[in-house]
Design a protein around this ligand. Structure first.
Ligand SMILES: C[S@@+](CC[C@H](N)C(=O)[O-])C[C@H]1O[C@@H](n2cnc3c(N)ncnc32)[C@H](O)[C@@H]1O
Length: 289
């Protein structure tokens, strides 16, 4: 039984760290190697892996979020466990456009951009990025990490395309974003590809090769303090390309300091309606890592 649950952990891509000769710890990533390791590792390592898997599977059973309408007319979702919405109640589209498209995508000059997002959720940031890619002709490779995906049925009821008055083909693209397979890069349009990785952020960052732009869109640090740490920002810093940027709606001093401690240069920018400030972090052009 325990072994069966641990095998589900392997399928979910949960990382396994095992002691190597009792000295250094070895991170095992590949599925086949993990399966082989499970039968050989110590009881202590097995239990650690089991607990991580069990936690992930329990969260998977979080209740289904409910749809709410924000002040600009666009939908958001409300996660009752956390008592928090996926977006600003002052306007979901307005917030995403301001933080991730205007302060993020439009300030990134590269003709080809690799984006990594923490939290696919409703797919709103991905949709706005696709619209931007189509308008500008720039190529975007979009990788999004998500532990608790919403159903395709729920995605179909979201009104983003209606509010944005997008043509039918964009509505089809939004549908494809939700229906495309997990853990596989899919070309949604010639300018935009999407890879959704089903994982916990803390495990998933190592599955992302590099990025030019990061949309840091976890729930708030009050609700998920474990995701706004120096350790997470350090993991991101190490895979960030030179001059890469990270934007987030959060402007808390402790988050800014965690980003700085990880190596980023951080600036405060005016926030979207209802929010005084937001943060944009940058990896220096001259960074030697
Ligand atoms: C604030 S919502 C933002 C969602 C998305 N960017 C959007 O526009 O709808 C945070 C998202 O992070 C996901 N999430 C929360 N904790 C996570 C974790 N530890 N690992 C991966 N995803 C997580 C949630 O399921 C949710 O979809």
């Amino acid at each position: 039984m325990l072994h069966k649950i641990a095998l589900r952990g392997i399928r979910r891509g949960i990382s396994l760290t095992a002691m190597n000769n009792g000295k250094t710890s070895k991170k095992v990533c590949c599925k086949r190697e993990k399966e082989c390791f499970l039968s050989q590792i110590s009881a202590r390592d097995f239990i650690c892996f089991f607990i991580r898997t069990f936690a992930a599977l329990t969260i998977e059973e979080m209740s289904i979020p409910t749809i709410r309408t924000t002040e600009d007319g666009s939908h958001t979702l409300f996660a009752s466990e956390l008592g928090e919405c996926y977006h600003s109640t002052h306007g979901a589209i307005q917030e995403s456009q301001h933080i991730f498209i205007e302060a993020g995508l439009r300030s990134c000059p590269n003709p080809k951009i690799e984006i990594v997002e923490l939290g696919f959720g409703t797919g709103l940031n991905a949709l706005l990025s696709l619209i931007e890619a189509e308008k500008s002709g720039r190529n975007i490779r979009y990788t999004s990490l998500e532990a608790y995906p919403i159903s395709q049925e729920m995605a179909a009821t979201l009104n983003f395309c209606k509010i944005l008055q997008t043509p039918q083909d964009l509505q089809d693209h939004f549908k494809s974003m939700h229906s495309c397979p997990w853990d596989k890069e899919t070309a949604i349009t010639p300018h935009f590809s999407l890879k959704k990785i089903r994982c916990d952020f803390r495990e998933g960052i190592r599955l992302v090769g590099s990025f030019d732009l990061c949309f840091f869109d976890a729930f708030s640090p009050e609700k998920q303090p474990e995701l706004w740490t120096e350790a997470i920002f350090s993991d991101l810093f190490h895979i960030a390309n030179k001059a890469a940027q990270l934007t987030t709606y959060c402007a808390k001093g402790s988050v800014r300091r965690a980003m700085q401690a990880a190596g980023f240069e951080v600036e405060r920018l005016p926030g979207p309606p209802g929010k005084r400030e937001m943060l944009r972090a940058r990896k220096s052009m001259h960074e030697n890592t």
